[in-house]
Write a protein that binds this ligand. Structure first.
Ligand code: IPM
Ligand code: MN
Length: 352
């Protein structure tokens, strides 16, 4: 198969972890007889520095025309503490999500048997955890009619959802649940918010089309609690943009390291794959960042964007092998030997 993949390394540790995912993907392609053409493009602070904006049209064209997008991370500390900054790397991410129509963000949380004791939660709480949070990604308070300040003293952000937006996300959730444990939890705050009541009403109306799926409705605050008490009780969770942002960070640490969790953002035409961690500026250039989340994002890309299941499985297998053998970066070394980002990537590619 010929695959054309847009490569957006971004900022901080982005380029380092992306390099490893490229190596591993190339090794998989070689083994299974595929030909990958990588199409590098600028994004984030790196793009602001080069051309003055975080998601330039040239990058959009490359993403639009590629079979998939592999994304590193964006964000740079020089923008974080400057609220007056007009242009910010994160705007690039939001613009890209909207422009590519990436309305569903899929963030799985699963455990690795060899790492179970690295989790901040007790083994018995997390054993068997295998859940997916489906976060709505192009609506809600992130994109409501422009946030504003009145006279400098009052600030507004608007949370807006249409029934159609809820429906298309929920449809993905029901479909995903059908391929897994057939349980769907709609996470909302319907006791307070009108948008949440629209979510609940819309999902309730869809239940009859998926009679095998057991649907529950839970408030976001309760879910935040249950996620750390009984994460293994969940299968698929669907939720709006901001709740999803918060809950996916919470869920990401259950496995023992945020450096392990991949994600996919899908839309009607384009699909993007990225680690859920950020740009980790303090580690930039130090060859210490864990590349596994990005490598596993490449596995999701093979499986979801190209329907190449064996190729994805080969990547997952080699990552598990590396974890079991201690071929890990410092975040997982636990006092033992820590390997560099590049060394872990080389090992994974060589062992595919
Ligand atoms: C994420 C990030 C982004 C978000 C930021 C960087 C805008 O936290 O992908 O979860 O809030 O969506
Ligand atoms: Mn986030």
């Amino acid at each position: 198969m010929k695959l054309s993949i847009a490569l957006l390394a971004g900022d901080g540790i982005g380029p380092e972890v992306i390099d490893q995912a490229v190596k591993v993907s190339d090794a998989v392609a070689k083994k299974f007889g595929h030909e990958i053409t990588w199409k590098p493009a600028l994004t984030g602070a790196a793009a602001i520095d080069a051309v003055g904006e975080p998601y330039p049209d040239s990058t959009h064209d490359i993403c639009k025309n590629a079979d998939a997008v592999l994304f590193g991370a964006i964000g740079h500390p020089k923008y974080d503490n400057d609220p007056s900054s007009k242009v910010r790397p994160e705007q690039g991410l939001l613009k890209m999500r909207k422009a590519l129509g990436l309305f569903a963000n899929i963030r799985p949380t699963f455990t690795f048997p060899s790492l179970i004791d690295k989790s901040p939660l007790k083994r018995e709480r997390i054993e068997g955890t295998d859940l997916v949070i489906l976060r709505e990604l192009t609506g809600g308070i992130y994109f409501g009619e422009k946030g504003r300040r009145d006279g400098g003293e009052t600030a507004y952000d608007n949370c807006v959802y249409t029934r159609e937006e809820v429906k298309r996300l929920a449809k993905k959730g029901f479909e995903l649940a059908m391929t897994r444990g057939k349980k769907l939890c709609c996470v909302d705050k319907a006791n307070v918010l009108e948008t949440s009541r629209l979510w609940r009403e819309t999902v309730q109306a869809m239940e009859k089309d998926y009679p095998e799926v057991k649907v529950s409705y839970e408030f976001v605050d309760a879910v935040a609690m249950r996620l750390v008490q009984w994460p293994n009780s969940y299968d698929v969770l669907i939720t709006e943009n901001l709740f999803g942002d918060i809950l996916t960070d919470e869920a990401s640490v259950i496995s023992g390291s945020m450096g392990l969790m991949p994600s996919a953002s899908i839309g009607t035409e384009n699909q993007l794959f990225e680690p859920i961690h950020g740009s980790y500026p303090q580690a930039t250039g130090l060859n210490i960042a864990n590349p596994m989340a990005t490598v596993l994002s490449a596995a999701m890309m093979f499986e979801m964007a190209f329907d190449l299941q064996e190729e994805g499985a080969a990547i997952r297998k080699v990552v598990n092998k590396a974890l079991a053998q201690g071929m890990v970066t410092e975040d997982l070394a636990d006092g033992g030997k820590a390997f560099g980002t590049k060394e872990v990537g080389d090992w994974l590619a060589a062992n595919i």
